[in-house]
Design a protein around this ligand. Structure first.
Ligand code: KDG
Length: 313
């Protein structure tokens, strides 16, 4: 069976160079979507992983489907819609600040509805990975996510949830209510510290940890100053980041972290050890432009750790 199943919107991506989008003579073309980034990361680390979602039956949709498939991800559940286009995002990095522009309102992915789900496909997985982007896309996407979680829970599939708060897609009030509700259902909750500050309306770390401890989920908080936090029942363990040699593009680091963390879980690691692998993968993603291009293979991870046993025990 497939170890990890994930779904969501993947979009065409056009990247502006040093002149930005407005003045660029040409744009670099790729694709990206939080969930497919995680899927590609897992496939490169040697796991069986499936991604599904709706794309338009257009050149971007074709490119995305071939790209994800080409990375070794099972895309048998994905579909190309004749009625709606593939979503698109433009991105530029000017004076160190990353800006994203979405063109996705009436995309094929936004039209996803519960009837599109294949319950057997989800039920056969060990983990269902979902993000808070999907419920932000549309009412029907929110219902689809709810149904996918229901199917997973009914079949003993563990739910991994990254809130991926995107305030360009919805208001904080609505996001808070929906995302915290999903967190209640998760087995693993992988938020960023900045997201928690907004969701829980406090910057007080102790208070945030207190809220996280009320959840049933194993919580891991990304984005500390230079560490990731594993929230235990009585203590919080800080797991230091790996130093990135060159820092090119921060986007995708969180997805890389999720892929590494999930890889650790699949290998039977304890949470702290899985987080270490997540941190390593995240630190490699930021060293290349694009969402997923910098994701490492298992061989690369092993070469860096210089200790095969640590990963393959
Ligand atoms: O995590 C990176 C994603 O945010 C990016 O690929 C775009 O999925 C995306 C989104 O909806 O913002």
């Amino acid at each position: 069976g497939i170890d990890v199943v994930t779904f969501g919107e993947t979009m065409g991506l056009l990247l502006g160079g040093p002149k930005g989008i407005e003045h660029a003579g040409s744009l670099d073309k790729s694709f990206g979507g939080a969930e497919s980034n995680v899927a590609i990361g897992l496939a490169r680390l040697g796991h069986s992983v499936g991604w599904f979602g709706r794309l338009g039956n257009d050149p971007m949709g074709q490119m995305i489907l071939k790209g994800i498939r080409g990375e070794g991800v099972d895309v048998s559940g994905a579909s190309l819609s004749a009625d709606e286009p593939t979503g698109l995002m433009l991105r530029e990095q000017l004076s160190g600040k990353t800006s994203v522009y979405y063109y996705r309102k009436l995309s094929a992915a936004s039209a996803m509805k519960p009837e599109h789900l294949n319950p057997e496909y989800i039920a056969a997985a060990k983990y269902l990975h979902v993000t808070g982007i999907t419920p932000a896309l549309s009412e029907s996407c929110r219902a689809t996510l709810r149904e996918a979680i229901r199917i997973a829970k009914a079949n003993g599939v563990k739910i991994v949830f990254d809130p991926n708060l995107r305030l360009k897609l919805w208001g904080l009030q609505e996001a808070r209510e929906t995302l915290l509700q999903i967190a209640e259902e998760a087995d693993y909750f992988l938020p960023g510290l900045d997201e928690l500050q907004l969701l829980y309306e406090t910057e007080d770390f102790e208070q945030i940890v207190g809220r996280l401890r009320q959840l049933n989920a194993q919580c891991v908080v990304k984005g500390g100053a230079d560490e990731t936090y594993v929230v235990g029942e009585t203590q919080v363990t800080a797991v230091p980041y790996f130093q990135a040699k060159h820092f090119i593009d921060p986007i995708g680091a969180g997805d890389g972290f999720c892929a590494g963390f999930l890889s650790g879980l699949l290998r039977g690691f304890e949470p702290v050890e899985a987080v270490r692998l997540g941190n390593l993968v995240g630190s490699l993603v930021v060293q290349m432009a694009g969402d997923w291009e910098g994701l490492p293979t298992l061989a690369e991870v092993e070469a860096i750790l210089g200790n095969q046993k640590h990963i393959e025990r």
